[in-house]
Design a protein around this ligand. Structure first.
Ligand code: IMP
Length: 207
């Protein structure tokens, strides 16, 4: 347990992805999240790890090195979509898959086309999210959340972001693009990882 409690609930979230930030704020409304932009960090972070956890740690360490004072918790996530039929691809390469700047409408259709004629039982996919935390005392922790689904037969809906229109959630019979964001945020990989991160933060604060 940490004896030196921090007084505020501000967390630096090492992301520039607006879709992720919105989800994180909705899932953990009790914290005040500031972003890389808010702290004036504009450098490139080379996410060259071989696992989601390594990449998340690379991000929190880059922010730690940038900050002069270490008075706030730093949080980063690294996530990806693993498609069984594509041997786990795009996985940790999900953001850069087919090129960073390629629209997701194109990426999603390419994946649906790649699985044309593939039966239901072979269409398994999952989102994975690892979260790294770096506390003001320099200690680090990681947690992981997993959200199981399938590659849809067609892309549907405009909710969420990224691969959501083609990520079919069997329990609801809908894609994440169609599901209300409140539902996704209850069951998603990010929700599960953030709930685990919340417990670690509370433990660190001695709550
Ligand atoms: P990261 O920013 O390096 O973690 O890259 C994660 C990438 O995985 C995103 O840019 C998306 O392509 C994909 N991804 C992760 N989580 C989600 C999600 O909840 N919905 C849609 N795409 C996601």
């Amino acid at each position: 347990m940490n004896t030196k409690k921090i007084s505020d609930m501000t967390i630096i979230l090492a992301t520039g992805n607006a879709g992720k930030l919105a989800e994180v704020r909705e899932i953990l409304p009790d914290y005040d999240f500031v972003t890389l932009k808010d702290i004036g960090f504009s450098g490139d972070i080379d996410e060259n790890g071989t696992t989601y956890e390594e990449n998340a740690l690379i991000k929190v360490r880059a922010v730690w090195d940038y900050e002069e004072k270490h008075d706030r918790i730093i949080m980063a996530d690294d996530s990806g979509l693993e498609i069984d039929y594509l041997n786990g691809e795009p996985g940790i390469h999900s953001a850069r898959y087919m090129g960073y700047d390629t629209p997701y409408s194109v990426k999603n259709q390419a994946i649906i086309d790649a699985l044309k004629g593939v039966p239901d039982e072979l269409r398994g996919a999952r989102y994975v999210c690892a979260i790294a935390l770096k506390f003001p005392d320099g200690s680090e922790q990681t947690v992981r959340g997993i959200y199981e689904g399938k590659v849809a037969y067609e892309a549907k809906g405009t909710n969420g972001f990224g691969y959501d229109p083609m990520f079919w959630v069997p329990a609801f019979g809908k894609t994440d693009g169609e599901l209300p964001i409140e539902i996704k945020n209850k069951f998603s990989h990010r929700a599960k990882a953030l709930e685990a991160a919340d417990k670690l933060i509370k433990a660190w604060r001695g709550e």
